[in-house]
Design a protein around this ligand. Structure first.
Ligand code: GTP
Length: 596
């Protein structure tokens, strides 16, 4: 296909603003999917995605669209919709020349829309502003057209109005994409360069890699090379998705499609990498490649220790599918054998955990998640800490923690309580703009550790659900952090060690000690629970000793009841873990680690 008739675009939208519905409608209007075979949300494939209503993996669909007598090809590239996957979003955007900025006409702009809009602008995409759901009685197109126009610097009349549900305005939108989004430009005669914007593991076919050709062309059976790893593979199949994979004779400048080389692991075909011909290699890779970097770590342990090999195999399988997943074996005195696992963020963690439990039938305990700290010691060495219990013992000179740049959008009446919240999370206000008299955009720098776990919930509850949030990594900062240990009768319980800001150490210690006091049953002896920074105890609780033994009330009573009690006690013992000389039921660990 000649590049002049190609248009590559994506849709950027906040969750629930109707991206999938609009995409489905486009597939139907362009005849790619017959109405009667139309599956709801064609683009979202994974079950978990569908259940949670989010898009994790991006995909691309090719659609024919004629304007006048000229046949055009539209490639719609789907973008994932969550902060954990910002890098994948940025690569999807980099594969496009245009973006449809889709905003719910009853809701207005949200933080995620803004964050993705900024990314699109950084990539120099042509932006087409569109209000969706104009069929809704609650729609306020006038008001939000104004808001959108103000934001991107166009006239309110330039903001299109569509309904993905009824199809109104969608043909006009397709025409406008052809008219306004520039055709791709590249060097047809140059050595091939194609950017990988997605890479998905398929049980039957191995890894399916989605690419956008920038220069040159790729054809079936040729040898290709990945520029970051220099690995070469034979191109077994190449084609386009429309809406199922259709093999083709190759892909040229500006084209978007998939390729299959038979590799079995997405790590061999990484998002952001450049594919070139092994016979005629490009000199320079396309810009923007980054290795996925895990931001949040947590220990994962099987509740039943004998499931450890199943957990190991399950992680090995998930890894084929997920280039960002990293893990290594770890042992905990309290929890036994498990893994320290790195994730892009909390959603990524939840997805992996849920898949392990659902697809591999595992029951798991996860330790409190933590971010990655860099610890500089007095002797000049630097240690990366992904597990608080491995915090170095030497003299610490300084500790750095990751920070994010956060964008919060909310009705202006909530400014005060948002500021209060951000302050309590060690945030620094960087800027504030009014999108309209009633809506404000606030920009903050915040420590990742303060935002990643429950910040969004706190924000929602302070703003009656009206605020939206997005953030991206913004380097590191030095902070006054300490490691708090929890001790049972003088022995540290590794699973409960945590790195927290000095001002919050006391609160953490009191909270954990209090929780454990309620969760650990009394023993034959008194058990002190302490929270400590190094050797300094900052909080203390005591579990008093048992006075009566279990059989006391059975004296003189019937023998079979006595035996039953003994058996019950034995059963209970199997699920006990010893910390020093203290017996702790496994449930106590699970309950103490649960985050509510
Ligand atoms: P994520 O995949 O979670 O990002 O959501 P999405 O943006 O893809 O939204 P989706 O298409 O799933 O639509 C969200 C909700 O809005 C669904 O309940 C849709 O039925 C509804 N919806 C989408 N488009 C329209 C529309 O044009 N009019 C009306 N009335 N409802 C719509």
């Amino acid at each position: 296909t000649p590049a002049e008739v190609i248009r590559n675009f994506c849709i950027i939208a906040h969750i629930d603003h109707g991206k999938s519905t609009l995409a489905d409608r486009m597939l139907q209007i362009t005849g790619v999917v017959e109405q009667r075979q139309m599956r709801a949300q064609y683009l979202d494939r994974m079950d978990i995605e569908r259940e949670r209503g989010i898009t994790i993996k991006s995909q691309a669909v090719r659609m024919p669209w004629d304007v006048g007598t000229t046949a055009h090809v539209l490639n719609m590239i789907d973008t994932p919709g969550h902060v954990d996957f910002t890098y994948e979003v940025s690569r999807s955007l980099a594969a496009c020349e245009g973006a449809v900025l889709l905003v719910d006409a009853a809701q207005g702009i949200e933080a995620q829309t803004l964050a993705n809009l900024y990314l699109a602008m950084e990539n120099d995409l042509t932006i087409i502003p569109v209000l969706n759901k104009i069929d809704l009685p609650a729609a306020q197109p006038e008001k939000y057209a104004e808001e959108l126009a103000g934001l991107i610097g166009c006239e309110p009349e330039d903001v299109m109005r569509v309904s993905g549900k009824t199809g109104e305005g969608v043909e006009e939108l397709l025409d406008r994409i052809v008219a306004e989004v520039p055709a791709p430009v590249g060097e047809a005669a140059a050595p091939a360069r194609a950017m990988i914007f997605d890479s998905v593991y398929d049980t039957y076919r191995g890894v399916v890699t989605y690419v956008r050709v920038v220069d040159g062309s790729l054809s079936p059976r040729e040898k290709i090379s990945m520029m970051s790893t220099k690995a070469t593979h034979e191109l077994l199949e190449i084609g386009v998705i429309s809406p199922e994979p259709v093999p083709s004779q190759g892909l040229g400048v500006g084209e978007v499609g998939y390729l299959i080389t038979g590799v079995k692991d997405v790590r061999q075909s990484r998002v952001g990498d450049t594919v070139t011909g092994a016979g005629r290699m490009a000199e320079q890779a396309l810009g923007g490649y980054k290795d996925p970097r895990p931001m949040v770590f947590s220990g994962l342990y099987p509740i039943d220790g004998s499931d450890y090999p199943i957990l190991r195999d399950a992680l090995d399988k998930l890894k084929l599918n997920d280039a960002a997943l990293v893990y290594e074996p770890e042992t905990s005195a309290a929890l036994g054998f498990g893994f320290r696992v790195g994730f892009l963020g909390m959603l990524h963690l939840e997805i992996v955990r849920e898949r392990l439990e659902r697809e591999f039938d595992l029951d798991l305990i996860s330790t409190l998640p933590n971010v990655v700290y860099q610890v500089q010691l007095d002797d000049g060495t630097e240690v990366e800490v992904t597990n608080p219990s491995e915090f170095p013992g030497g003299k610490v000179a300084s500790i750095t923690e990751p920070v994010v740049r956060a964008t919060i959008l909310a009705p202006s009446e909530f400014i005060g309580s948002i500021m209060e919240l951000c302050q309590s999370r060690r945030g620094t206000l960087k800027g504030m703009d009014y999108l309209s008299p009633e809506r404000v955009e606030m920009r903050y720098t915040l420590p990742l550790a303060e935002i990643v776990f429950d910040f969004f919930d706190a924000l929602k509850s302070r703003t009656k659900g009206y605020a939206s949030l997005d953030y991206e990594n913004d380097g590191e900062q030095v902070a006054d952090l300490v490691k708090v240990d929890i001790l049972l009768q003088g022995d540290t319980v590794d699973a409960f060690s945590s790195i927290v800001h000095r001002d919050k150490a006391y609160a953490y210690g009191v909270m954990m000690a209090g929780k454990l006091k309620d969760l650990i049953p009394r023993q034959q002896f008194e058990v002190p629970i302490q929270a400590a920074i190094g050797s300094r105890v900052i909080a203390r609780e005591t579990i008093r000793a048992i006075r009566k033994d279990v059989l006391a009330k059975c004296y003189g009573g019937d023998i079979s009841r006595k035996r039953k009690l003994l058996e019950k006690q034995k059963e209970g013992k199997k699920r006990m873990k010893m910390v020093g000389s203290v017996e702790v039921p496994q449930e106590a660990f699970i309950a103490a680690l649960s985050q509510d």
